[in-house]
Design a binder for this molecule. Structure first.
Ligand SMILES: Nc1ncnc2c1ncn2[C@@H]1O[C@H](COP(=O)(O)OP(=O)(O)OP(=O)(O)O)[C@@H](O)[C@H]1O
Length: 572
């Protein structure tokens, strides 16, 4: 975090220097008070008038400096917060899929929204307050010492106690603050979950249950906030009591010194005025130290993100796909010991077309996830052009492979932007992608208006239209390898066939397609069908070869015709 603290050195130093001037002018005001009161019994009216005029000018300048100081501090905090939030966001967005999905995405939302706000208020502001109050305290203590030594000794004894007592609370405050941040994070996760399922909540009439659920999390946040506030209030009251003790004792000692003629009234007034500069800094420094310590767990959380290395930072940058992909004895389980893939071996050759077929839950999508590097805790090896995939930077894997999935995310933007996804493409490339993905009828329906907004997560489009946009995205990206995971499941038979045909006709593209739509004419177009059952590859070959074998694929395909696997596959 220190890096950010010093990131705007000029503003930081200017703000600190100005705060020293503010302190000096405050001390100056105390000395003016001293003179004014001493004038009461020894000065002339003319001198007094001059002093009043001088005081007014002095106070005005003090306020101008104070305004400048606060303005500089606010600008410093604004700039630093922008940079910090941007860096945290960059780290999050640069995570690879494996690392990112290790946490619920709402956790990241909570860090960006809640934790960074806490850092802004509790860390940066506290550091300014502590530094400026140290100056205030030291300079004022020096001024009091200059006016009278005896009263200064009495002040310093109480000061030591004032600093020590509130520090006893710091550990508790730190724990409470962490509890509050964690509860905010849980609340954000819950809210995201609830709002994403809004339509289901409505259609299943479970509003009451959801309101109860929300109430639990809402209460948890506020309970934790209350605990934190309660302990800070106690610590603040302790600081205030010590501040009052300081003020009161000094006043009593001061009056005693005035009575015994060892102090003038003007000096007592000046000391009383300067006392604020001793009392408030002590209260502020001790409570801000507590706040600073309290924000430590949140700083640690943010620093963990900032210091996380991109796993692909030191990996191979592979730009081309030249020959083949080779799965060698790959076995994989998600969490428990249940093996989802067992000793899976097969080869994908450049520019050939492959269909992965098998019953539901057999592991088809899992094969694709491993190829996309979503998980790397598998046994065996996956090679791309003889390079172990674990050594290739994920960023470069996604330059080689594009994927069309069942779950399609749409940005709340236009159809065109959702196809181009911030990339620079020519009109010809865009038109080709629209044509091959079967999007033309939709664009015609919209009178060619490709800039039509799709709504939040594509709410203005049908499931099939979203799938077509997603297919267009991959076509326009023009990667050498294209993966389709039931990419046409929401489309009507004819459109699905047309799109699959278009994709299979892409000459310079290697296609790996997971499909449930078993159509003889289409299946014959694949160079090879990889048939998988219960995580094991049973057969690999062309449609005709597998049908001639009359084994697993034959049984499976035939069963689709007599609807044995109804619900798993759709005969077309
Ligand atoms: N993230 C996950 N965590 C735990 N288990 C998972 C996860 N994803 C999938 N599985 C399990 O792995 C098995 C294989 O899933 P996979 O999605 O690969 O099957 P599939 O052949 O593509 O199925 P379908 O044809 O129904 O889409 C299933 O039993 C599934 O429940």
């Amino acid at each position: 975090m220190k890096k950010y603290l010093y990131s705007n050195k000029k503003l930081f130093i200017s703000s600190i220097v100005l705060s020293i001037f503010v302190v000096l002018s405050d001390i100056g005001i105390a000395f003016i008070f001293k003179r004014i009161f001493n004038f009461a019994h020894e000065g002339t009216i003319i001198q007094f008038k001059r002093l009043v005029l001088f005081s007014l000018v002095f106070v005005s300048i003090t306020y101008i400096i104070s305004f400048l100081q606060q303005n500089f501090q606010a600008r410093y905090i604004k700039n630093t917060s922008v940079r910090l939030r941007q860096d945290v966001f960059k780290k999050i967005i640069n995570k690879d899929i494996l690392n990112f999905s290790g946490k619920n995405s709402a956790n990241y939302i909570s860090i960006l929204m809640n934790d960074l706000k806490i850092i802004q208020e509790d860390y940066f502001n506290s550091i300014f307050d502590i530094i400026s109050n140290i100056f205030r305290f030291v300079l004022s203590a020096w001024a009091i010492l200059y006016i009278n030594v005896r009263i200064s000794i009495c002040i310093f004894i109480i000061v030591i106690l004032s600093i020590y007592l509130p520090l006893l609370f710091s550990k508790k405050i730190s724990n409470c603050k962490k509890g509050y941040s964690d509860s905010l994070s849980k609340y954000t996760i819950k809210i995201k979950d609830i709002l994403s399922g809004f339509q289901i909540i409505k259609s299943f009439n479970i509003e009451e249950k959801i309101i109860d659920e929300h109430s639990k999390y809402n209460k948890n946040v506020e309970d934790n906030n209350y605990k934190y506030k309660k302990i800070t209030i106690v610590a603040d009251i302790m600081s205030n009591i010590m501040g009052f003790a300081l003020f009161f004792t000094s006043l009593i000692v001061g009056i005693h010194l005035v009575i015994s003629k060892k102090l003038t009234v003007g000096e007592l007034i000046a000391i009383t005025q300067l006392m604020n500069n001793i009392k408030f800094p002590i209260i502020t420094i001790s409570s801000k130290f507590n706040i600073l310590k309290g924000s430590k767990p949140i700083i640690d959380k943010i620093e963990k993100i900032l210091n996380s290395e991109k796993s692909s930072d030191k990996l191979i940058e592979k730009n081309e796909f030249n020959d083949n992909i080779f799965f060698k004895n790959v076995s994989f389980s998600y969490k428990d010991d249940r093996k989802i893939l067992r000793n899976v071996s097969f080869t994908i050759k450049k520019n050939k077309k492959y269909a992965i077929i098998g019953p539901s839950g057999s592991g088809k999508s899992t094969i694709l996830k491993l190829l996309l590097g979503y998980f790397d805790n598998f046994d065996g090896e996956i090679f791309i052009d003889d390079i172990n995939m674990k050594l290739i930077s994920k960023e470069y894997i996604y330059r080689l492979i594009s994927v069309i999935q069942q779950d399609i995310y749409m940005f709340d933007s236009s159809i065109e932007e959702n196809i181009k996804l911030f990339g620079e493409y020519s009109n010809e490339e865009l038109k080709r992608a629209i044509k091959l993905s079967g999007l033309e009828p939709l664009i015609d329906k919209l009178n060619g208006e490709i800039k039509t907004k799709v709504g939040e997560n594509g709410s203005n489009l049908s499931g099939g239209e979203k799938q077509r946009v997603s297919i267009a995205r991959s076509i326009i990206k023009n990667t050498p390898i294209m993966i389709l995971d039931e990419a046409t499941s929401s489309l009507d038979k004819q459109t699905a066939l047309n799109i699959e045909n278009s994709i299979l006709s892409l000459k310079n593209t290697t296609c790996i397609v997971v499909t449930h739509k078993l159509n003889e004419n289409i299946l014959k177009k694949y160079d090879e069908i990889i048939f998988i059952k219960e995580g094991e590859i049973c057969e690999i070959g062309s449609f005709n070869q597998l049908m001639d074998n009359k084994k697993n694929f034959y049984d499976f395909y035939s069963s689709t015709l007599d609807s044995k696997y109804k619900g798993c596959v759709t005969p077309v």
